[in-house]
Write a protein that binds this ligand. Structure first.
Ligand code: NA7
Length: 546
């Protein structure tokens, strides 16, 4: 910590500011941060674009939306009584239940009185003289604050495809992340889904149940594996509640905070029979076991990766009756697990249904949207409903959509032009008093576990500043560089970084995001937390505090 003498003037100005802290976003990060900021006695305002709390679980109310993490590993862990009071109904809870849960948390802590809804933030500008921030909402109103804490999510800036004629369509059209609050009826309708990522897969398997005819436009197939969801029995409920301490301890110890973590064996350290048996066991295990609990070299060794890819390809061929359709569903340009693995429930069987057609959008690209449907290079389709499951401008996208300026008016977008540069994903050099929850280059994985860590770390820093009567926090150039170098080195040798996906910062629908970058911290969550904890216990030497 570089401690300069306290500038009494800056402390005096605090009272003149509207707030001590402004939090942007009332999803899980913003909600938990508000609880902690209140404990510090900070005057806090949360600005939220939506009409309710919940973030991801508020916006993504598309049919079939649900957890891919075990429900009981996903909820907040900080309130032991809440853990006993709340009961998840399924091992992988559906979105409406999660939204109910988050509203219950909001009511339990009376959070809504400090949250201003329908308030998208348009800009946040650092005021050098006042050592504070001026936050402007979309309605033009301005609010000043000592600190700004972004809680804007990792996958929260939806992107529509850049296809001609989108606005001309006369039927109903929805992006999955902007789904209406009213139910959408698919019965007897001609429905199109564009996109086959984790969201598209969940949507498709649900819409196929009732649609008159469903046409899936797939540009790149993904390796999908069974979720194996089911209701939680009363006996399991008792067990879960009795074991929460051990369960969250497990999440603290695993690589990415999931209940599953890599097997210590290498793929070729076992016989072919043992390998096949292990793959079968993983394929039958609920959740992400097959992705994050596989042999330790699955995502680093090409031959190992080919083994599991071939295994999953065999499963797809077994499950899809038409061999031509099966081949269309098997990824050719990336190995298993190198992109986010969608979790499915009878997804592949959907393509055996007479009311479902799969269109290869690479072979026959979509040329335009017409008033009545979709025109590809080969054919014209008529639809009543078009669903865009086309993903997000991930990781940095939500930041790019706010005009954030640091010292001397420096735009954050400019600072990150060649890729994000942060310190532990939570601070950016030259953007003092801005703290990011789940900012770029933080550890992600089982998201709420990462959220709780980030919130607690930021809270710890603010507590330290309070105790030492400090009102300014920036990161030293050396510390920011050190962290960025570390992030880059963690990515070395990982097959994931050789593939286009949101995890490598690629989005074909966003200008300037066609080139892969190291967009994600790829080290382990325990290593990440150890780094952060060392900063705190060392007295924040990496920061400039005054
Ligand atoms: P993803 O995983 O980014 O998937 C988006 C899908 O949309 C993917 O299949 C894309 O194909 C497809 N896409 C995007 N633009 C187009 C155009 N212009 N034409 C055709 N197809 C297109 O987003 P999700 O919402 O599914 O998941 C994001 C994360 O949210 C997920 O990983 C979970 O962690 C939660 P492509 O693969 O680019 O060829």
């Amino acid at each position: 910590m570089t401690l300069t003498t306290m500038d009494p003037a800056s402390a005096d100005t605090t009272a003149a500011l509207d707030y001590d802290a402004i939090v942007i976003g009332a999803g899980m990060s913003g909600m938990y941060q508000l609880i902690r900021l209140r404990e510090l006695g900070l005057r806090t305002r949360v600005f939220e674009a939506g009409t309710g709390v919940g973030g991801t679980w508020y916006w993504n109310r598309y049919p079939g939306a649900r957890f891919d993490s075990e429900s009981y590993s996903y909820g907040f862990s900080f309130d032991k009584q809440l853990l006993q009071d709340w009961e998840w109904s399924e091992h992988f809870a559906p979105q409406p239940e999660t939204l109910r849960y988050l509203n219950l948390v909001a009511d339990r802590y009376d959070l809504k009185r400090d949250i201003q809804f329908r308030s998208p933030v348009a800009s946040a500008h650092y005021d050098d003289a006042g050592r504070s921030w001026v936050v402007t909402l979309a309605d033009g109103s301005q609010h000043t604050s000592r600190y700004v804490i972004s809680a804007i999510g990792v996958l929260s800036a939806p992107t529509m495809p850049r296809i001609a004629g989108i606005d001309s369509f006369r039927g109903q059209a929805f992006h999955t992340a902007k789904w209406p609050h009213e139910p959408v009826d698919f019965a007897g309708k001609r429905v199109a889904v564009i996109g086959t990522g984790a969201t598209g897969v969940q949507t498709i398997q649900e819409v196929a149940k009732t649609a008159g005819h469903l046409t899936v436009f797939q540009r790149t197939p993904n390796w999908c594996t069974p979720l194996h969801n089911r209701p939680i029995t009363p006996e399991e409920q008792v067990q879960i509640k009795a074991n929460y301490d051990a369960l969250f301890q497990r999440c603290r110890e695993t690589f990415a905070c999931f209940l599953h973590t890599a097997d210590p064996r290498g793929t070729f350290e076992v016989t072919a029979e043992e390998r096949e048996a292990f793959y079968e066991e993983l394929y039958a295990t609920p959740g992400f076991a097959i992705w994050v609990g596989n042999f330790k070299d699955t995502l680093t060794d090409r031959a190992a990766n080919k083994e599991i890819s071939d295994f999953v390809a065999r499963k797809i061929r077994q499950r899809v009756k038409d061999p031509k359709v099966a081949e269309m569903l098997i990824p050719q340009n990336h190995g298993f697990g190198t992109r986010r693995v969608p979790q499915e429930t009878h997804y592949y069987e959907v393509f055996n249904q007479p009311n479902v057609t799969l269109v290869d959008s690479k072979a026959t690209p979509i040329e335009c949207i017409t008033p009545t449907g979709i025109k590809t290079s080969e054919a014209e389709f008529a639809f009543d409903i078009i669903i865009y499951a086309t993903g997000f401008d991930a990781l940095t996208g939500a930041f790019d959509r706010i005009d954030i300026r640091g010292k001397g008016g420096l735009p954050l977008k400019q600072k990150w032009a060649g890729g994000a540069r942060t310190f532990v994903g939570m601070l950016v050099q030259d953007f003092p008093n801005l703290f990011m929850l789940l900012g770029p280059h933080t550890a992600l994985g089982n998201i709420p576990r990462s959220i709780e860590h980030n919130v607690e770390w930021v809270t710890g820093l603010l507590r330290h500043m309070q105790q030492h009567r400090l009102t300014f926090a920036d990161v030293t150039p050396a510390a920011a560089q050190g962290w960025t170098d570390h992030v880059m080195s963690c990515a070395e040798g990982l097959l994931t970084f050789e593939v286009d996906s949101w995890m490598t910062g690629v989005n074909s629908n966003v200008e300037g995001k066609q080139t892969r970058v190291i967009a994600r911290y790829a080290g382990s969550a325990p290593a990440y937390r150890a780094w952060c904890d060392a900063v705190a216990s060392g007295g924040y030497q990496e920061l400039v505090l005054s």
